[in-house]
Write a protein that binds this ligand. Structure first.
Ligand code: PEP
Ligand code: MG
Length: 314
């Protein structure tokens, strides 16, 4: 076992029995060079709204291309997953402001910007596609807040029309999780945003600190939805990632893999512990742990059951 762990301390993520799990980085406005120094297989979530927070006016296609190309070059050869702008009243970008809304979390945010400012999204996709072409980088692109298969199809058409080849949807709205099969039929991959999927599934505002138990990513209802998406991915042979905070908890990461998740994207500090947890458990172990979590009555019991059954080294 020690040899397995030492060998797995760098390079691609894998379980003890060699099942590959992509280990990826979540990025916002970090320095490309220092971000690329982390031991990961690439970027699983680039929150592009953070690149332009200080801009009062929309960056031109050329300005955007320069920013994306710098990042793609820094990650030379590794995948970079670009999430299109996720601006909304709660994450305002002056140039993509939907105006005031009584319920920003339920308003015009994420992919919904295609309803009010389709050209803005088109220009962003053009800039990403040009940067990908100029650098020869391995680029995936995905849209946040996809709620229906129809929206997945619209986004895929826009992105492919711009010249991008690997197109995905962030699943963070329960309606998209319930119809994950149909969403996955229209895109090449999905990535589950567990932060928002918790908020919308449990009807608990993620910006409040008064509802931590409802927002706990160990909530069995959330895990059932993840399992549903994982099963759809397996049926269709398409990748299913997780890019929310849940992926950064080593015990929960095991459960997610057991539910069919094929890639985990997280903030850099979480990578070593998640890598180590995976290396100490087989895919079969992960599936058994997932079954325990799904059966539990509460998030606390789910975590306790998995804690007791997992290797104590996690
Ligand atoms: C999420 O919702 O889980 C996610 C990854 O995106 P964000 O936290 O930026 O909404
Ligand atoms: Mg989100």
């Amino acid at each position: 076992r020690r040899a397995v762990l030492a060998e797995s301390a760098v390079g691609p993520g894998r379980t003890a029995d060699g099942h590959r799990v992509e280990l990826l980085l979540n990025l916002g406005g970090e320095e490309p060079e220092s971000a690329a120094a982390h031991d990961c297989e690439g970027v699983g979530l680039l929150r592009t709204e953070f690149l332009f927070l200080d801009r009062r006016t929309e960056p031109t296609v050329e300005e955007q291309r320069t920013v994306y190309a710098e990042l793609f070059r820094a990650f030379d050869g590794r995948v970079v997953t670009v999430r299109t702008l996720d601006a909304g009243t709660d994450k305002p970008l002056p140039f993509a402001d939907p105006g005031t809304e009584p319920n920003p979390a339920l308003g015009v945010r994420g992919f919904r910007i295609a309803r009010t400012a389709p050209e803005l999204l088109r220009r962003q996709l053009t800039a990403v596609a040009r940067a990908a072409r100029d650098t020869g980088a391995h680029v995936r692109v995905m849209a946040p807040m996809i709620a229906t298969p129809e929206e997945a199809e619209e986004f895929a058409a826009l992105a492919r029309g711009a010249g991008l080849t690997e197109v995905g949807a962030v699943i963070e709205v329960p309606s998209a999780a319930l119809l994950a099969d149909r969403v996955l039929q229209r895109v090449d991959f999905v990535s589950i945003g567990t932060n928002d999927l918790s908020q919308y599934t449990l009807a608990a505002d993620r910006t409040l600190d008064t509802l931590p138990d409802l927002l706990d990513p160990w909530q069995p209802a959330l895990l059932h939805l993840v399992g549903r998406i994982g099963a759809a991915g397996r049926r269709l042979g398409r990748p299913v990632g997780v890019c929310g905070e849940a992926a950064a908890d080593p015990l929960l990461a095991l459960v997610l893999v057991g539910l069919g998740v094929t890639g985990l994207s997280m903030a850099a500090p979480a990578l070593p512990a998640v890598r180590h947890a995976l290396a100490g458990h087989s895919l079969r172990d992960c599936r058994d742990l997932a079954a325990l979590a799904l059966e539990a009555a509460t998030p606390r019991r789910a975590r306790a059951a998995v804690r007791d059954a997992a290797d104590p080294a996690v």
